[in-house]
Design a binder for this molecule. Structure first.
Ligand SMILES: Nc1ncnc2c1ncn2[C@@H]1O[C@H](COP(=O)(O)OP(=O)(O)OP(=O)(O)O)[C@@H](O)[C@H]1O
Ligand SMILES: [Mg+2]
Length: 452
């Protein structure tokens, strides 16, 4: 995906791309870092091309050189030898100030300046770049919206008055403030609880769909790497590349024992991180809103051979599952009949999270909704199981046309017993494997770099 206008090596073209925020390619060529006083190099002859507009994730154990490698891109660490090309131009010949302003940088615990308000933190780089205040104001509002923080509520608070997750959102907003073409993210979500981390990961993907930056992301969590990376680079000591490629390739064909052990158990379940609800053919389960006649919905059930219908509220949001018998009785209050919908998933939800949702609701089906919560169709557990077995998603869809699982009873009854148990076991195994392979200290003390 390298854009032709930025690989020409022309510094002018690069300056323009940088100014316009257009993603650029990063090319690391045999980059080595030997810290003064250390016996071995922290990074040895590291070569990698990072395509414009992609998320490339460095994953590897503590101390393997991830941070050092990343910091050589914005010259917070100066390479001992080798070259870093940004959009075809040698980073060593760019002004360091320019580089750091044009490359967004997000670190663990957000790295916000404690004595500045959220707004002042976000506006740091635009002010350094001497933007007009009207432009800065407009940009701030845009950023608050982008990272999902209410401007009125948060702008004038200090970082210590925010939760960890909120601080991290501010960190992302600050890094994106001047619309840089490159974003470097060093374990940005490492210190957050799993639920917040998961949410911020999904939001980062959503943001990336809109802004399309070249993102280098560092983590030692293979699950995070798989979820976020267009490409994953598995590193071992001295930042040597054990394997690099799209996440599904690494899961399906780990290059050696090192990579296999790093992936840990539950490779099959991890594949579910790679398929999203939108990749499936959603089952168009019969759904109705209250004012519609019961006869109409019963006719639809008859015609299509379903036993259950989904009651939607007047915003088309799924509310309850009602059985045909309950509909036949013409309930005065359908909102009190049947079984409440426990949870829903979005088009962008991964099948891993969809499976989680089905298991916690205990139904084996989950309605999918759009951004506003409006009903799109349902995902069934057997679709997830098929994806788990590596069946190609479109093949799954074809197969389902032939033999649809038609009723909620069938799904909650039959699948409850067999597949729900199998799926739960997979998640349990995955959790156990993760606990076994978790790094001893996720936040190992990080030495400050000489030039930082
Ligand atoms: N400023 C420094 N001076 C000397 N050695 C350093 C310096 N910074 C890092 N190192 C060493 O370089 C190696 C790589 O460190 P680096 O911080 O890049 O690893 P990392 O993969 O980011 O680790 P972590 O996952 O713990 O953050 C380590 O052995 C570390 O001790
Ligand atoms: Mg690090």
């Amino acid at each position: 995906m390298s854009s032709t206008e930025t690989t020409s090596g022309s510094r002018k073209a690069l300056r323009e791309a940088m100014a316009a925020g257009t993603a650029v390619e990063i090319d690391l060529q045999a980059v080595t870092k030997q810290y003064a006083g250390s016996a071995a190099p922290a990074v040895e002859e590291f070569s990698l091309t990072i395509p414009a507009g992609e998320i490339v994730v460095f994953v590897g154990p503590s101390g393997c050189g991830k941070t050092t490698t990343m910091r050589m891109i914005n010259r917070l660490v100066r390479p001992t030898s080798g070259r870093v090309l940004i959009g075809g131009a040698d980073a060593a010949r760019m002004k360091t100030d320019d580089l750091r302003r044009r490359i967004g940088y997000v670190v663990q615990q957000a790295g916000l300046l404690p004595h500045l308000t959220v707004r002042q933190n976000i506006e740091t780089v635009p002010r350094l770049l001497k933007w007009k205040s009207s432009r800065i104001n407009a940009r701030s509002s845009e950023l608050f919206e982008l990272v999902g923080l209410d401007e009125d509520e948060f702008a004038d608070r200090f970082p210590r008055e925010l939760s960890g997750g909120q601080q991290q959102r501010v960190g992302v907003a600050r890094a994106l403030a001047a619309d840089p073409p490159i974003l470097l993210m060093d374990e940005p979500f490492g210190a957050l609880d799993p639920i917040t981390r998961d949410r911020l990961q999904s939001e980062l993907l959503k943001i990336q769909r809109r802004v399309r930056k070249t993102i280098v992301f560092v983590t030692h969590d293979i699950d995070e790497a798989i979820k976020l990376g267009d490409r994953v680079v598995v590193l071992k000591e001295r930042s040597r590349i054990a394997q690099q490629g799209p996440p599904d390739e690494i899961l399906a064909q780990p290059a050696d024992r090192y990579v296999r052990s790093f992936i840990g158990g539950g490779a099959a379940v991890k594949r579910l991180h790679l398929v999203r609800v939108e990749d499936l053919d959603l089952e168009p389960y019969p759904a109705f809103t209250e004012p519609e006649g019961y006869d109409a919905i019963i006719a639809q059930l008859d015609e299509r051979g379903y036993e259950y219908a989904l009651l939607l509220d007047h915003h088309q949001r799924p509310q309850r599952w009602l059985h045909r018998d309950e509909l036949q009785d013409r309930p005065g209050r359908p909102d009190l009949e049947g079984q409440a919908v426990q949870g829903v998933v979005m088009a962008t939800t991964t099948l891993h999270d969809a499976m989680d949702e089905m298991l916690s609701s205990g139904t084996g089906v989950v309605p999918a909704v759009d951004d506003r919560g409006g009903y799109l169709g349902v995902v069934r557990l057997d679709q997830v199981i098929d994806a788990l077995e590596g069946v190609h998603v479109t093949a799954v869809a074809e197969q389902e046309d032939a033999t649809p699982v038609q009723t909620l009873a069938e799904i909650t009854g039959e699948l409850d017993a067999r597949e729900l148990r199998a799926a739960q076991k997979l998640l349990d195994d995955e959790q156990a494997a993760r606990e076994r392979t978790a790094p001893a200290d996720a936040q190992a003390a990080q030495s400050e770099d000489e030039s930082a």
